[in-house]
Ligand binder design. Structure first.
Ligand code: SF4
Length: 443
C-alpha cells in the first residue's frame, strides 16, 4: 500500500463536470475555486478536442479562502451573464471551495434574492471535489445532478427514450444518435457535445459554440419510456437513469460501453426491445463483417498480452472485447475507485488478470517493467510506459493530446469496434515486422 499517488491514472472531478456542461445548449461552466483549476481543465480539454473552450472561475484568492467565496461566486455569475448571455450556467465546485465548506445552494439563493425580477439563466450546480472523485465520477455525478435538478414528468411521450451518454468522443455521440434513429425512436441524448467540441470553421465568432442538448429537452427526460444509461461501472447514487427510476418509475438499462460483439449485442438488443423492432439489416451486416475480421486476424492476435488502463467503463468494455479476440488481458488498471472493476473480477475470463483500482501511472509502469506485455491500450498518458517498454500504445479514451483526431475516433458499435480491432491488429503486425531482421513485405 502506497502513501502517496504519483501521476494519477485519472484527471480531476470538475473536468468531468465541465464536459457535461459543454453538452448543454448555450451553457457556460463556472468553477467555484481558483483560476488555476479552470486553466488546468481548459488545457486538458483543448489539448484533446482541439477546440476553443471557455470555463469561467470565481477566482479564489487568499482572502476568499479564509472568509468564504460567496461574493466571488455571485460576481462571477453576473460577469458570465453580461459577457455570454447564456441560457444555462453550470456551476461545479473544486477542492478548495469544498474544503472551506462553501454552501452553493445557499449562495445561489442569495444570488436569486439580489437579482430579483431581472432575467436570469437556469443555474445548475454540482459538488465535485477532486479528493473525492475523478473526472469519470465527476462526469457521471454532474449528469445525475443535472437530470435530478431539471427533469419533470408531465405527459409520457410514446417511443421516446433517454440515452445518458458516457465519456464518448463527439464522433461516438453522433454514431449513437444515428443508431437510435435507425430504430425509429425519439431520443433525448445527454450530454451532447458532438458539435460544441467538434465544430466547423466559423466565419463569425460565437461566444458559446453552437450545439448541445437544449435545457427544455432535458426537462422532458421525465416523460421518456425508458433510459439507457452508460454509467455501468458507477455507483447507483450517481446514475441518472437510477435517479429517474426512483423519482418517476422510468425503467433504466445500465449498459456497458458497446465495444465488441458481446457488449454491442446487449446494446442493440436493448434498442430492439425498446422499439419493438428487429435489429436493422445494416447493423447485422456490420456484425457479420466484424466476425469475419476476427477470423481473418486471429493468427496475429491469439495469446498476445495486453495492459488496459484508464476510465473504468472503457477498461471494462475494452477488456471484454480483447478477451473475445483471443488477447490475454494481463493487467486491467483504473484510477477509478475501489470495486469500480468488480464486473471484471467476477468473470472467469479474467481470473488471472491483475486488476488495479485506484491506481496511478507509477503502478502501471511498475507492472509493465516486472511482467511482459505486448501492447498497451489507454490514453496518451501511457506514452512514456510504452516508449520505455518498446511496445505499441493504442490511444483511446481521454486524454489524447499527442495525436490529432481524438474527436473523430469512433470505437463503439459493431462498426466502431472494427476500427479499434484494425488499429490493434495493425499495431501488433507492425511491431513484429519492425523487429524482424529480414524485411518481409507480406505478413
Ligand atoms: S485543486 Fe482540485 S479541482 Fe482544482 S485542479 Fe487541482 S485537483 Fe482539480
Amino acid at each position: 500500500m502506497k502513501d502517496v499517488t504519483k501521476n494519477a491514472c485519472h484527471l480531476c472531478a470538475p473536468l468531468g463536470a465541465s464536459l457535461v456542461y459543454k453538452g448543454i445548449q448555450n451553457c457556460v461552466s463556472v468553477l467555484h475555486g481558483s483560476q488555476g483549476c479552470a486553466t488546468y481543465i481548459r488545457r486538458y480539454l483543448i489539448g484533446h478536442f482541439r477546440e476553443p473552450i471557455d470555463i469561467a472561475s470565481s477566482s479564489f484568492t487568499e482572502h476568499t479562502a479564509v472568509f468564504g467565496g460567496q461574493e466571488n461566486m455571485i460576481q462571477s455569475i453576473i460577469n458570465v451573464i453580461n459577457t455570454y448571455s447564456p441560457d444555462v450556467i453550470g456551476v461545479a465546485t473544486t477542492c478548495l471551495s469544498e474544503t472551506i465548506g462553501d454552501d452553493i445552494s445557499m449562495i445561489l439563493k442569495e444570488f436569486h434574492k439580489r437579482r430579483g425580477e431581472s432575467k436570469t439563466p437556469v443555474i445548475l450546480y454540482t459538488s465535485t471535489p477532486s479528493y473525492r472523485g475523478t473526472h469519470v465520477t465527476g462526469f457521471f455525478k454532474t449528469l445525475h445532478d443535472v437530470i435530478n435538478q431539471t427533469a419533470i414528468q408531465t405527459e409520457p411521450v410514446d417511443r421516446m427514450i433517454n440515452i445518458f451518454s458516457g465519456l464518448f468522443s463527439p464522433a461516438e455521440i453522433r454514431s449513437l444518435k444515428e443508431i437510435a434513429a435507425s430504430f425509429s425512436l425519439k431520443t433525448i441524448l445527454f450530454p451532447d457535445y458532438s458539435d460544441t467540441l467538434d465544430g466547423g470553421n466559423w466565419n463569425q465568432y460565437h461566444p458559446i459554440p453552437p450545439g448541445g442538448t437544449p435545457i427544455q429537452i432535458i426537462n422532458n427526460c421525465g416523460n421518456a419510456q425508458a433510459s439507457i444509461d452508460f454509467s455501468f461501472c458507477q455507483k447507483d447514487e450517481i446514475s441518472a437513469g437510477q435517479s429517474l427510476f426512483g423519482k418517476f418509475g422510468i425503467p433504466s438499462y445500465r449498459t456497458a460501453y458497446p465495444i465488441g460483439i458481446e457488449l454491442c449485442d446487449t446494446f442493440y438488443d436493448t434498442l430492439a426491445t425498446l422499439s419493438g423492432m428487429e435489429i436493422p439489416k445494416q447493423f447485422m451486416r456490420e456484425r457479420e463483417r466484424l466476425i469475419d475480421g476476427y477470423v481473418d486476424a486471429h493468427k496475429y492476435l491469439y495469446g498476445k498480452r495486453a495492459v488496459v488502463f484508464g476510465d473504468e467503463n472503457l477498461v471494462f468494455s475494452v477488456s471484454i472485447f480483447l478477451a473475445e479476440i483471443g488477447i490475454d488481458v494481463v493487467c486491467a488498471a483504473t484510477g477509478g475507485p475501489k470495486d469500480s472493476l468488480i464486473g471484471l473480477k467476477t468473470k472467469e475470463a479474467f481470473a488471472r488478470t491483475d486488476i488495479l483500482e485506484d491506481c496511478d501511472y507509477e503502478d502501471v509502469e511498475e507492472w509493465v517493467i516486472h511482467n511482459r506485455a505486448d501492447i498497451l491500450v489507454g490514453s496518451s498518458r501511457g506514452n512514456k510506459i510504452a516508449r520505455n517498454a518498446e511496445i505499441p500504445l493504442i490511444r483511446c479514451g481521454f486524454p489524447i493530446h499527442d495525436r490529432v483526431g481524438a474527436a473523430r475516433q469512433n470505437f463503439i458499435g459493431y462498426k466502431g469496434t472494427h476500427n479499434l480491432f484494425d488499429q490493434i491488429t495493425n499495431a501488433l503486425i507492425e511491431q513484429r515486422q519492425n523487429s524482424m531482421s529480414i524485411n518481409y513485405g507480406t505478413m
